[in-house]
Design a protein around this ligand. Structure first.
Ligand SMILES: [Zn+2]
Length: 251
């Protein structure tokens, strides 16, 4: 695999303070020169996870894990080193040279399409919520006293019937491959495409960059399961992201 130059990696590291980055996942408290918090990599009740702003490294005295900002991201996001560099470069607006590894490029392309599918779906569900045919959802919202501000800021939505989203995505020019990869639509044995979420209140789930990576869908009556979540895919890995994935909040 090709890699980025040491210079650019250094630049990305220097423009992303480790305390800022880790604070997005761990509640840190200053103590002397360092910061401490509960380790996100093992279970503990008292903080043995430390971050050094001077040295730009982290270390856990409980489980021994440690490293720099890239190490932290690869572990917590379940991504590889290159992806961690890309994630931070994007955060600090550093333009990276393109790496031309075919397999990587194809995966990256699929990823970026899935992000687009998710983004589109989040807006689609949200707008759907305000339509007259979504009365059942509007009543539920009233009952739960969710304000319009909350609905807007978390982009809460309502999923439609049978294959409404699928048809809409197709109309937008998305292809089967990326639609299926998003997990928002399934294909049955008869080759029919069916939306995964139907008649559910929809909660988009975002990563730290504010990109929609998954959805949670809640029923409005007593049917089971009460909640369903997106399956794992190229942009969403449950085990790693579960404790930090949050509802999308407009920033
Ligand atoms: Zn630990």
């Amino acid at each position: 695999m090709q890699r980025y130059s040491d210079e650019i990696i250094d630049e990305v590291r220097q423009t992303n303070d480790i305390v800022d980055i880790i604070s997005q996942y761990v509640h840190l408290k200053r103590s002397g020169r360092n910061f401490f918090g509960l380790c996100p990599f093992h279970n503990e009740k008292s903080p043995s996870f430390s971050v050094s702003p001077d040295r730009q490294i982290f270390h856990c005295f409980g489980c021994g894990v440690g490293g720099n900002v890239f190490t932290f991201l690869t572990k917590i996001e379940g991504i590889n080193f290159i992806e961690a560099v890309q994630m931070l470069a994007e955060r600090s607006n550093i333009q990276l040279p393109t790496l031309d590894n075919k397999a990587d490029t194809a995966k990256e392309l699929l990823k970026s399409k899935v992000y687009k599918v998710n983004e589109y779906a989040a807006n689609y569900y949200h707008e759907n919520l305000y339509k007259p045919e979504s009365k059942i959802a509007q009543e539920y919202i009233k009952k739960r006293k969710l304000t319009n501000e909350t609905l807007k800021s978390f982009k809460i939505g309502f999923s439609g019937k049978f294959d409404e989203l699928y048809k809409e995505l197709k109309k937008q020019g998305f292809e089967e491959k990326e639609i299926l990869e998003s997990g928002l639509v399934n294909r049955n044995e008869r080759g029919q495409y069916i939306d995964r979420y139907r008649n559910r209140l929809m909660f988009p789930i975002c990563d730290v960059r504010g990109k929609v990576i998954a959805f949670g869908g809640r029923v409005l009556d007593d049917s089971k399961p009460k909640y369903i979540n997106s399956p794992e895919n190229v942009v969403y890995s449950k085990g790693r992201q579960l404790f930090r994935a949050k509802r999308c909040k407009k920033r």
